[in-house]
Design a protein. Structure first.
Length: 275
């Protein structure tokens, strides 16, 4: 794989009971960061994996029924990725590529801040929400105001990209979609959490890195192969495929303990990145 640079950063967090994310967890509220990957491609420049939280999330959930989303998972927005890039001298309007794992609000609320980026995403994920009413989109986890009006014209769909084999170091995952045509960013389907949910594999200076989005909410769940309760998994997506995806990640970690696995809401991974 072509090597790229990578930083994992937090954009904010939300709070809800741990039991909703891992079998046998506590009923006490826990803090779950919303992580974003800042990728430095040698020729394409800065690329984002997800956008995390943005103030647009608060505006989009001001009214009912969208307000329910904010009540169920109260957010704290601390460092929107567009503001972080601007503070580092990078104009968000010049970002050329944005990879979106799925269309839940805590992963894509900064979309409108990157008006010129090609949005690499799943056709299945977009079709579930585009052109739907507010209630149906909200039930799918997407406040409609977060979607740029020109989004379909800017999309490059995972399903249309060339499928390439993955390194044996990534077994039992064996293939993925080559997003840029140079082997640097390979999207991998991770079914279960919701329709159109994908992760991203890349090679960075520390080695192979698998951004697994919401296939797990924590590194602990991967280590111990502990899925969320059936009710939570069924409410969000499909419990059985989600459990199989988590089991495959668990097997990958056992086979290759050197690989970096980053769930998008893992406080442990954020602490490791901030050391």
């Amino acid at each position: 794989m072509r090597e790229v640079g990578l930083r994992i950063v937090g954009t904010g967090s939300c709070r809800h009971p741990e039991i909703a994310t891992i079998k046998g967890g506590s009923w006490r509220p826990a803090t779950f960061p919303a992580l974003v990957a800042l990728i430095a491609h040698p020729t394409e420049g800065p690329i984002l994996f997800d956008t995390g939280y943005d103030p647009a999330f608060l505006a989009a959930t001001e009214r009912f029924p969208e307000r329910l989303y904010r009540w169920l998972t109260p957010p704290e927005i601390s460092s929107p990725v567009a503001d972080r890039l601007a503070a580092e001298g990078m104009d968000p309007a010049e970002v050329r590529h944005l990879v979106l794992s799925h269309f839940h609000g805590d992963h894509m609320s900064g979309l409108t801040r990157f008006p010129n980026a090609t949005v690499h995403c799943s056709r299945a994920g977009l079709s579930r929400i585009w052109g739907r009413g507010r209630v149906r989109a909200l039930a799918a986890g997407t406040p409609l105001e977060l979607l740029p009006p020109d989004l379909p014209a800017r999309c490059s769909f995972f399903e249309d990209r060339p499928i390439i084999p993955l390194s044996r170091d990534l077994q039992p995952f064996d293939s993925g979609a080559d997003l840029l045509g140079d082997g640097a960013l390979v999207a991998v389907p991770l079914p279960g959490h919701c329709p159109g949910h994908w992760g991203l594999v890349l090679s960075e200076p520390r080695g192979l890195h698998f951004l697994v989005a919401d296939a797990s909410w924590s590194s602990r769940a991967v280590r111990e192969n502990r899925p969320p309760p059936w009710l939570t998994a069924t409410f969000l997506g499909q419990a059985a495929p989600g459990r199989e995806t988590l089991a495959r990640l668990h097997r990958l970690r056992l086979r290759n303990p050197d690989i970096l696995l980053t769930p998008s809401h893992c406080a442990e991974r954020l602490a490791e990145e901030e050391k």
